[in-house]
Unconditional design. Structure first.
Length: 200
Protein backbone atom coordinates (compact mmCIF):
# COMPACT_ATOMS: atom_id res chain seq x y z
CA UNK A 1 0.00 0.00 0.00
CA UNK A 2 1.31 3.39 -1.01
CA UNK A 3 0.78 6.76 0.59
CA UNK A 4 -2.27 8.27 -1.14
CA UNK A 5 -2.68 12.04 -1.03
CA UNK A 6 -5.65 14.06 -2.27
CA UNK A 7 -4.50 17.53 -3.34
CA UNK A 8 -7.90 19.13 -2.86
CA UNK A 9 -9.85 20.98 -0.18
CA UNK A 10 -13.16 19.60 -1.49
CA UNK A 11 -15.07 17.70 1.20
CA UNK A 12 -17.25 16.15 -1.53
CA UNK A 13 -14.21 14.62 -3.28
CA UNK A 14 -12.87 13.27 -0.01
CA UNK A 15 -16.23 11.77 0.94
CA UNK A 16 -16.63 10.19 -2.52
CA UNK A 17 -13.25 8.48 -2.20
CA UNK A 18 -13.96 7.36 1.36
CA UNK A 19 -17.33 5.90 0.38
CA UNK A 20 -15.55 4.07 -2.44
CA UNK A 21 -13.25 2.32 0.02
CA UNK A 22 -10.04 4.37 0.17
CA UNK A 23 -8.74 6.73 2.85
CA UNK A 24 -6.65 9.50 1.30
CA UNK A 25 -4.60 11.98 3.25
CA UNK A 26 -5.57 15.57 2.37
CA UNK A 27 -3.03 18.29 1.61
CA UNK A 28 -4.36 21.50 0.05
CA UNK A 29 -2.19 22.83 -2.77
CA UNK A 30 -2.68 26.58 -2.39
CA UNK A 31 -2.67 27.05 -6.18
CA UNK A 32 -4.14 30.39 -7.30
CA UNK A 33 -6.86 29.10 -9.63
CA UNK A 34 -7.75 32.57 -10.92
CA UNK A 35 -4.26 33.06 -12.35
CA UNK A 36 -4.48 30.02 -14.68
CA UNK A 37 -5.87 30.11 -18.21
CA UNK A 38 -6.36 27.61 -21.04
CA UNK A 39 -8.09 27.60 -24.44
CA UNK A 40 -11.06 25.45 -23.34
CA UNK A 41 -12.75 24.51 -20.06
CA UNK A 42 -11.66 20.87 -20.52
CA UNK A 43 -8.03 21.94 -20.90
CA UNK A 44 -8.30 24.39 -18.03
CA UNK A 45 -9.47 21.78 -15.50
CA UNK A 46 -6.61 19.47 -16.50
CA UNK A 47 -4.08 22.27 -16.15
CA UNK A 48 -5.41 23.16 -12.71
CA UNK A 49 -5.44 19.51 -11.61
CA UNK A 50 -1.82 19.16 -12.75
CA UNK A 51 -0.72 22.30 -10.91
CA UNK A 52 -2.46 21.19 -7.70
CA UNK A 53 -0.99 17.69 -7.80
CA UNK A 54 2.50 18.98 -8.60
CA UNK A 55 2.41 21.60 -5.83
CA UNK A 56 1.52 18.95 -3.24
CA UNK A 57 3.95 16.36 -4.62
CA UNK A 58 6.75 18.92 -4.23
CA UNK A 59 5.84 19.35 -0.52
CA UNK A 60 6.09 15.68 0.41
CA UNK A 61 9.02 14.48 2.47
CA UNK A 62 8.44 10.85 1.56
CA UNK A 63 9.36 9.97 -2.01
CA UNK A 64 6.86 7.12 -2.43
CA UNK A 65 3.35 8.49 -2.81
CA UNK A 66 0.46 8.74 -5.22
CA UNK A 67 -0.90 12.29 -5.40
CA UNK A 68 -4.29 13.03 -6.94
CA UNK A 69 -5.19 16.53 -8.05
CA UNK A 70 -8.66 17.44 -9.33
CA UNK A 71 -10.48 20.53 -10.51
CA UNK A 72 -14.02 21.07 -11.79
CA UNK A 73 -15.78 23.73 -13.89
CA UNK A 74 -19.20 23.97 -15.46
CA UNK A 75 -19.28 24.89 -19.14
CA UNK A 76 -22.30 26.85 -20.39
CA UNK A 77 -22.35 28.63 -23.75
CA UNK A 78 -18.65 27.82 -24.24
CA UNK A 79 -17.81 29.67 -21.01
CA UNK A 80 -16.17 28.12 -17.93
CA UNK A 81 -18.12 28.80 -14.74
CA UNK A 82 -16.26 28.24 -11.49
CA UNK A 83 -17.25 29.10 -7.93
CA UNK A 84 -19.52 32.18 -7.75
CA UNK A 85 -18.05 33.37 -4.44
CA UNK A 86 -21.13 35.28 -3.25
CA UNK A 87 -24.85 34.74 -2.78
CA UNK A 88 -25.65 37.41 -5.37
CA UNK A 89 -23.34 35.89 -7.98
CA UNK A 90 -24.75 32.42 -7.31
CA UNK A 91 -28.31 33.70 -7.82
CA UNK A 92 -27.32 35.35 -11.10
CA UNK A 93 -25.69 32.08 -12.17
CA UNK A 94 -28.82 30.10 -11.42
CA UNK A 95 -30.93 32.47 -13.50
CA UNK A 96 -28.62 31.52 -16.38
CA UNK A 97 -28.71 27.79 -15.62
CA UNK A 98 -32.39 27.09 -15.00
CA UNK A 99 -34.07 25.00 -17.66
CA UNK A 100 -30.78 24.44 -19.50
CA UNK A 101 -28.04 21.83 -19.86
CA UNK A 102 -24.39 22.41 -19.04
CA UNK A 103 -21.28 20.23 -19.08
CA UNK A 104 -19.43 19.64 -15.82
CA UNK A 105 -15.75 19.09 -16.61
CA UNK A 106 -13.40 17.57 -14.04
CA UNK A 107 -9.67 17.38 -14.60
CA UNK A 108 -7.68 14.63 -12.89
CA UNK A 109 -3.92 14.34 -12.46
CA UNK A 110 -2.22 11.44 -10.70
CA UNK A 111 1.47 11.66 -9.84
CA UNK A 112 3.63 8.73 -8.80
CA UNK A 113 6.38 10.51 -6.88
CA UNK A 114 8.66 7.46 -6.69
CA UNK A 115 8.60 6.88 -10.45
CA UNK A 116 8.57 10.58 -11.31
CA UNK A 117 5.59 10.02 -13.62
CA UNK A 118 2.22 11.67 -13.99
CA UNK A 119 -0.90 11.06 -16.04
CA UNK A 120 -3.84 13.38 -16.62
CA UNK A 121 -7.33 13.26 -18.05
CA UNK A 122 -10.51 15.29 -18.16
CA UNK A 123 -14.05 13.98 -18.34
CA UNK A 124 -17.26 15.84 -19.09
CA UNK A 125 -20.74 15.01 -17.81
CA UNK A 126 -23.91 16.70 -19.04
CA UNK A 127 -26.15 18.11 -16.32
CA UNK A 128 -29.79 19.05 -16.95
CA UNK A 129 -31.08 21.78 -14.66
CA UNK A 130 -34.69 22.22 -13.60
CA UNK A 131 -36.57 25.37 -14.56
CA UNK A 132 -36.73 26.63 -10.98
CA UNK A 133 -38.49 29.73 -9.70
CA UNK A 134 -36.91 32.92 -8.44
CA UNK A 135 -38.09 32.00 -4.93
CA UNK A 136 -36.33 28.63 -5.14
CA UNK A 137 -33.17 30.29 -6.42
CA UNK A 138 -33.19 32.81 -3.58
CA UNK A 139 -33.85 30.12 -0.94
CA UNK A 140 -31.09 27.84 -2.27
CA UNK A 141 -28.51 30.59 -2.67
CA UNK A 142 -29.25 31.96 0.81
CA UNK A 143 -27.93 28.66 2.24
CA UNK A 144 -24.45 29.61 1.00
CA UNK A 145 -23.87 26.17 -0.51
CA UNK A 146 -23.72 27.23 -4.16
CA UNK A 147 -21.26 30.07 -3.50
CA UNK A 148 -18.28 27.75 -2.99
CA UNK A 149 -18.81 25.01 -5.58
CA UNK A 150 -18.10 24.81 -9.30
CA UNK A 151 -21.09 25.86 -11.36
CA UNK A 152 -23.02 27.03 -8.26
CA UNK A 153 -24.67 23.67 -7.60
CA UNK A 154 -24.27 20.30 -5.95
CA UNK A 155 -25.91 17.08 -7.06
CA UNK A 156 -25.30 15.37 -3.71
CA UNK A 157 -26.44 18.16 -1.41
CA UNK A 158 -29.04 20.89 -1.17
CA UNK A 159 -28.89 21.49 -4.92
CA UNK A 160 -29.93 17.94 -5.79
CA UNK A 161 -33.58 19.03 -5.93
CA UNK A 162 -32.80 21.15 -8.98
CA UNK A 163 -30.79 18.68 -11.09
CA UNK A 164 -33.21 16.82 -13.36
CA UNK A 165 -30.71 14.49 -14.95
CA UNK A 166 -27.08 13.58 -15.45
CA UNK A 167 -25.76 12.05 -18.68
CA UNK A 168 -22.43 10.42 -17.90
CA UNK A 169 -20.43 9.73 -14.77
CA UNK A 170 -22.41 10.82 -11.69
CA UNK A 171 -19.31 10.90 -9.46
CA UNK A 172 -17.63 13.24 -11.92
CA UNK A 173 -20.31 15.83 -11.13
CA UNK A 174 -19.45 15.49 -7.44
CA UNK A 175 -15.84 16.24 -8.33
CA UNK A 176 -13.90 13.01 -8.94
CA UNK A 177 -14.51 10.27 -11.48
CA UNK A 178 -13.78 6.91 -9.88
CA UNK A 179 -13.41 5.09 -13.24
CA UNK A 180 -10.96 7.74 -14.43
CA UNK A 181 -8.85 7.48 -11.26
CA UNK A 182 -8.78 3.69 -11.65
CA UNK A 183 -7.68 4.09 -15.29
CA UNK A 184 -4.93 6.54 -14.30
CA UNK A 185 -3.71 4.11 -11.64
CA UNK A 186 -3.46 1.37 -14.25
CA UNK A 187 -1.53 3.66 -16.61
CA UNK A 188 1.05 4.11 -13.86
CA UNK A 189 1.22 0.39 -13.18
CA UNK A 190 -0.85 0.38 -10.00
CA UNK A 191 -4.19 -0.97 -8.83
CA UNK A 192 -6.81 -0.13 -6.27
CA UNK A 193 -5.00 -2.31 -3.74
CA UNK A 194 -2.14 0.20 -3.79
CA UNK A 195 -4.61 2.74 -2.34
CA UNK A 196 -5.64 0.37 0.45
CA UNK A 197 -8.91 -0.67 -1.21
CA UNK A 198 -11.19 -1.86 0.24
CA UNK A 199 -10.76 0.09 3.46
CA UNK A 200 -13.36 -0.80 6.10
Amino acid sequence: MKRFVLASASPARLETLRRAGVRPEVIVSGVDEDAVTAPTPAELVVRLAELKAAAVADQLDAADALVLGCDSLLELDCTALGKPGSVEAAADRWRQLRGRTGTLHTGHCLIDTAAGKRVSRSVGTEVRFADISDAEIDAYCATGEPTAVAGAFTVDGLGGWFVEGVDGDHHNVVGVSLPVVRALLRELGHGLGDLGYPAR
